[in-house]
Design a protein around this ligand. Structure first.
Ligand code: AMP
Ligand code: GLY
Length: 425
């Protein structure tokens, strides 16, 4: 089967790597891809927002499955339009992708299905939001309602910070994502990422991971898209996973089905494991980046078979098995990220680093020029490893990074610290 992968990040390189190992694959195309994906797929210059062009490409190239990596095209209805044209596409349709596209929508589903989550209110003007913040006090969490690339959330320690966040939201900092604001109760506990596949009816638990959202060591600095991850997450014990399935995942799948907009694809639950059990912080409707990189390292079964089962409604007939080893990924980012940074800087030593055993280097923002690899984004590389313990995986990742020569880049030196501190396997 020919497969078209949409996206250009480290998540998509990891997906391309897993898809390349599928016995079902004939040829892989990626749009637009990056310099790493280019070694596994033919890159095509397709604009994912031009659904007609994507459909035309699929028809001309006998594409049997489209894999949509990022949330943008999902929320934009690409999967619906492909399905209408008779082309199989992995991921939710526009209506079900609202679980990621609108925090207000997810909160409404939580209310309807009694899913444990932070108490909240949604406001369409700053004055009402501020009155509520005064009443509730700090700490409190302020979120732009729509898609804001992970940057629309302020965990405010003081009422003043919360008020400023409300103003920033309504002042247009997040564009249309800031037309409404969700104010939430601050949850305490340990965060974890949990991934499930669904075909609209069934839910197949995949694996757990932990991300590192802050830019700098010690969980300091601004929030980013994610600076590193590992899998599994020790905090997600079998009991907590079971509780999450019963209290959060199954009710969500049922609620979406009952609404007539069944959820198909990857459901990524961002959880806070509180003293009262797991609570939903947010849903994403795609694989996490960089969580996908560690999941693909650990997946033993064929990803394409799993994706097709999600599209075809046969998830009850397949299983997903995982390596016992821990996987860990360290993100190398351009200095300045998540703020402004330079593009076009030169990266050397990648072949040497990738030759280390148990190491895969997934590219995120890179491009090739005259045989050289140049940085082309904020998050640029994901140095990803397997180890018998998180600590071993961590050592392997940093040993590989030592071989990469990129003075204009930076990375956290403590990815995996929480698991290592608890002595997790
Ligand atoms: P989100 O984009 O909703 O995942 O939020 C980004 C980050 O903000 C999360 O990963 C948490 O670290 C933090 N956060 C979001 N909501 C809450 C909450 N209700 N309580 C505590 N922290 C939160
Ligand atoms: N790493 C978090 C995300 O992909 O949203």
């Amino acid at each position: 089967m020919n497969i078209l992968l949409i996206g250009l990040g480290g998540r998509e390189h990891a997906l391309a790597w897993a898809i390349s190992n599928s016995p079902l694959l004939t040829k892989l195309f990626a749009a637009p891809g990056n310099a790493g994906i280019a070694s596994l797929a033919e890159l095509v210059d397709l604009d994912a927002s031009d659904h007609g062009a994507v459909i035309g490409f699929c028809k001309n190239n006998d594409i049997g499955l489209v894999v949509v990596g990022p949330e943008g095209p999902l929320v934009d209805g690409l999967v619906d339009d492909l399905a209408q044209a008779g082309i199989k596409a992995f991921g939710p349709g526009k209506a079900a992708a609202q679980l990621e596209g609108s925090k207000g929508f997810t909160k409404a589903v939580c209310d309807e299905a009694s899913i444990p989550t932070a108490a909240y209110q949604r406001f369409e003007n700053a004055a009402d939001a501020k009155v509520y913040i005064e009443q509730q006090g700090a700490p409190i969490v302020v979120k732009a309602d729509g898609l804001a690339a992970g940057k629309g959330v302020v965990v405010a320690e003081t009422v003043e910070t919360a008020m400023n966040a409300v103003d920033a939201c309504f002042d247009g900092k997040f564009g249309s994502a800031g037309a409404a604001v969700v104010i939430e109760e601050f949850l305490t506990g340990e965060e974890a990422s949990f991934f499930v596949l669904s075909d609209g009816d069934h839910a197949l638990p995949l694996a757990t991971a932990q991300d590192h959202k802050r830019a700098f060591d010690g969980d300091e600095g601004p929030n980013t898209g994610g600076m590193g991850a590992y899998s599994p997450a020790p905090v997600m014990t079998d009991t907590i996973v079971e509780q999450t399935m019963q209290d959060i995942i199954f009710p969500t799948i049922k609620a979406l089905k009952d609404r007539g907009t069944p959820f198909k694809g990857v459901l990524f639950a961002g959880l806070m494991i509180t003293a009262d059990g797991p609570k939903l912080i947010e849903y994403n409707t795609r694989f996490g980046d960089p969580e996908c990189q560690v999941l693909m390292m650990r997946l033993k079964d064929d990803i394409v078979t799993l994706m097709l089962a999600s599209v075809d409604g046969t998830l009850d007939k397949v299983s997903a098995r995982w390596r016992d080893e821990a996987a860990l990924t360290v993100v190398m980012a351009a200095k300045g990220y998540p703020g402004t940074y330079d593009k076009g800087t030169h990266i050397a030593g990648l072949e040497d680093a990738a030759a280390s055993p148990h190491v895969e280097i997934f590219h995120a923002g890179t491009r090739e020029q005259d045989g050289a690899i140049l940085a082309n984004g904020g998050r640029v590389l994901n140095v990803t490893t397997l180890g018998t313990t998180v600590e071993e995986a961590q050592q392997r990742a940093y040993a590989a990074i030592d071989k990469i020569r990129w003075p204009e880049g930076f990375y956290r030196t403590d990815i995996g610290w929480r698991a290592i501190a608890t002595g997790a396997k």
